[in-house]
Write a protein that binds this ligand. Structure first.
Ligand code: PMP
Length: 353
């Protein structure tokens, strides 16, 4: 008998690299290339080390209040966590306790299967259609819950609200989670459906559109009772998930709508022009509504292009997984970064670099 028999053995999620070098072009983890709203800098500058003696507000009340205002829901309909990864993990623990498998797409955020394994939740991956869509008709089999990103990752493809409604209508008796990590870059949020469906949980994050991946702020919105269940599990796990700086900086970020709209629109514009240029070079690019593009080229294997870019200090994301192992996911950086990136790709394809 060994302690090893009682270990919760899991195959961990592997996040994109965070290289230490400064002079690289980092397009591999869907971070925002622009700084957070100026008010965030101010809020952080005003922090007093002395205040860190005290535990933070366990309810993260200030942040929750601002979120409720921004998204026009009640405070009781909001749950916050340490990035949406934490929110999603808590949702797995809270809502996915049945015997029937939960459903999520085969090409999707690869953390889903890691949580399912970690928490011993049975799951079934539902293949995307040939043209990379989530087909709502595929989500009518008996299940213990449903989860998908919208827009999907790493494809970037968005599902219109009527598709989400179809999934909800066919699944009134389980929790349906829409992971809207990238929704601000051009997809329709499922938030307007909250009033109609008490089993819908919408999860969002400050990591992408609000440029605050380093602060780790995620949140979920749903029916009050759903949120209460989620909070009960969270308080049974760790009472103080949100630290003081995150609460203050997150609240400050929400005050500046103009800055938010401007940076998001800049990224959308850059994405669309980068897509055009890549297509001119012969790339096939999926129709992304996120802050990244998912692309493949007929003349060069994605793994090779990935390697050549990396040698030149440009990091993109390559997934050695079925169906997508000839694609690269390219985060949209600043217009300047993307110009250097495009020039480099052009030279690589011409065999000149
Ligand atoms: N959902 C999706 C689809 C993502 O791509 C990511 C980013 N890796 C997350 C959730 C988690 O983001 P965060 O924990 O930074 O909010």
């Amino acid at each position: 008998m060994s302690w090893k028999e009682h270990v919760r053995a899991v195959e961990p999620y592997v996040p994109g690299e965070q290289p230490a070098e400064k002079n690289i072009i980092k397009l591999n983890t869907n971070e925002n290339p622009y700084p957070p709203a100026p008010g965030v800098r101010k809020a952080l500058a005003e922090l007093q080390a002395e205040d860190m003696r005290l535990y933070p507000d366990p309810t993260a009340g200030l942040l929750v209040e601002k979120l409720a205002e921004e998204y026009r829901v009640k405070k009781e309909q909001i749950f916050v966590g340490v990035g949406s990864d934490d929110v999603l993990a808590m949702a797995f623990l809270t809502f996915f306790n049945g015997e029937d498998p939960i459903l999520f797409p085969d090409v999707s955020y690869s953390f889903y299967e890691v949580w399912a394994d970690c928490f011993r939740v049975p799951y079934k991956e539902i293949p995307l259609t040939e043209d990379w869509q989530i087909d709502p008709d595929d989500y009518t089999v008996k299940n213990g819950g449903i989860l998908f990103p919208n827009p999907n990752a790493p494809t970037g493809i968005a599902m219109p609200l009527d598709g989400i409604r179809k999934i909800l209508d066919a699944n009134r008796d389980v929790v349906v989670i829409v992971d809207e990590a990238y929704v601000d870059f051009g997809a329709e949020s499922a938030l307007p459906l909250l009033e109609e469906y008490d089993n819908l949980l919408v999860v969002q994050t400050f990591s992408k559109s609000r440029s605050m991946a380093g602060m780790r702020i995620g949140f979920a919105m749903g029916n009050e009772e759903l949120i209460r269940c989620l909070s009960d599990v969270r308080y049974s796990f760790n009472s103080y998930t949100m630290n003081r700086p995150s609460i203050l900086a997150g609240a400050a970020a929400l005050e500046d709508r103009a800055y938010f709209r401007h940076t998001v629109q800049t990224i959308i514009n850059t994405r669309d022009s980068v897509k055009e240029e890549l297509e001119e070079m012969g790339f096939f690019c999926l129709d992304s509504r996120a802050n990244f593009l998912f692309v493949t080229h007929p003349d060069m294997a994605a793994s090779e292009l990935f390697r050549k870019l990396r040698e030149r200090g440009m990091y993109v994301r390559y997934f050695a997984r079925p169906r997508i192992d000839n694609y690269l996911r390219i985060t949209i950086g600043t217009t300047k970064q993307m110009q250097v990136f495009l020039d480099t790709v052009r030279l690589i394809l011409q065999g000149k670099r």
